[in-house]
Design a protein around this ligand. Structure first.
Ligand code: NAP
Length: 294
């Protein structure tokens, strides 16, 4: 039986429609407009396209959105001062600094400089710590998107064997933490694999839900999964260019072969990707709503 294709594009659209209504309500009832600033340093083409997509979505949802472009050679001090300015700006509820940054800037310092209450990427250690203990926080966008995809596709995580390939701070570790929480949409038994895992297939074959965030094309093949597995492929690998010069993308999973064994699978593109930006918008609306609580 061929797998159900989990469309991140569709789920993201549903969430954006909900957010649009929420934004209208915030404007009407509280005269509150969610504000998002995206800070882009330099002109890295991938970063430019990510930031453009984020701004476009923010605009479509009715946010107050600011695109702040800074030159590649901006000093760390000037960038930190800019963040401080937005930390103090009441019209801005969410601050996103597009990563990676040029080598002369310490990313950790930049992440630490963002007010945790405006950290809509969920990368500040205060939010990471809150996530870990199950407290209210901004969940990082990609893991949050993955969890919403599972919930909204009716995939039961409670008691499920979840195997995650990858242990990065932005995907692997936070999704592992989120799915092990004693909460609805979680309560899973979680295993995390990485490059030092001795026998990865031993683990991936046990998975009811397999989440792959390795950044390695076809790291997971059909012989590494069991029948009926749910596969979330986070990977985005550029494997060439089409005749028109557009990047050809593939995930970390051998999609064509694995979909014949899986019960459900996300495609690349059109799976996790559209959810990431949507969760950034959701966090920004949350940040705006938090200001009503005083
Ligand atoms: P990362 O920081 O490079 O981390 C990759 C992780 O995978 C590391 O923990 C690494 O292990 C592990 N790994 C790599 N190759 C492996 C293999 N062959 N077997 C087992 N483990 C392996 O990457 P990331 O930032 O988490 O991103 C992962 C992928 O997701 C990338 O393709 C990225 O573009 C994509 N991504 C997509 C979105 C989206 O919105 N769609 C968002 C974020 C990331 P070690 O720790 O041992 O090195």
């Amino acid at each position: 039986m061929a797998a159900k294709i989990i469309s991140g594009t569709q789920v993201a659209k549903e969430i954006r429609e909900e957010l649009k209504k929420e934004v209208e309500e915030l404007k009407g009832k509280h005269n509150l407009v969610p504000g998002l600033v995206t800070i882009l340093v330099g002109e890295n083409p991938a970063s430019v396209s990510y930031v453009t997509a984020k701004q476009k979505t923010a605009h479509e949802l009715g946010f107050y959105s600011v695109q702040d472009n800074q030159p590649e050679d901006i000093s760390e001090e000037t960038l930190l001062a800019l963040i401080d300015k937005y930390n103090k700006d009441d019209s801005i509820h969410g601050i996103l600094v597009q990563l990676p940054l040029p080598k002369h800037i310490d990313e950790t310092k930049v992440i630490y400089a963002i007010d945790p209450d405006k950290d809509v990427d969920g990368f500040h250690p205060v939010n990471v710590g809150r996530l870990m203990i199950g407290a209210k926080c901004f969940l990082p966008c990609t893991p949050h998107g993955i969890q919403q995809l599972l919930i909204r596709s009716g995939i039961e995580t409670e008691g499920a064997e979840v195997v995650i390939v990858g242990r990065s701070n932005i995907v692997g570790k936070p999704i592992a933490n989120m799915l092990m929480q004693k909460k609805p949409g979680a309560n899973a038994t979680v295993t995390v694999c990485h490059t030092r895992t001795k026998d990865m297939a031993f683990h991936t074959k046990r998975a009811d839900i397999l989440i792959v965030a390795a950044g390695a094309p076809k790291a997971v093949t059909a012989d590494m999964v069991k029948e009926g597995v749910v596969v979330i492929d986070v990977g985005v690998n550029r494997i060439g260019k089409s005749a028109s010069g557009k990047a050809i993308l593939c995930g970390d999973v051998d999609f064509d072969a694995v979909k014949e064994k899986a019960s459900a699978i996300t495609p690349v593109p059109g799976g996790v990707g559209p959810m990431t930006i949507t969760m950034l918008m959701l966090n920004t609306v949350q940040a705006a709503k938090n200001t009503l609580e005083g």
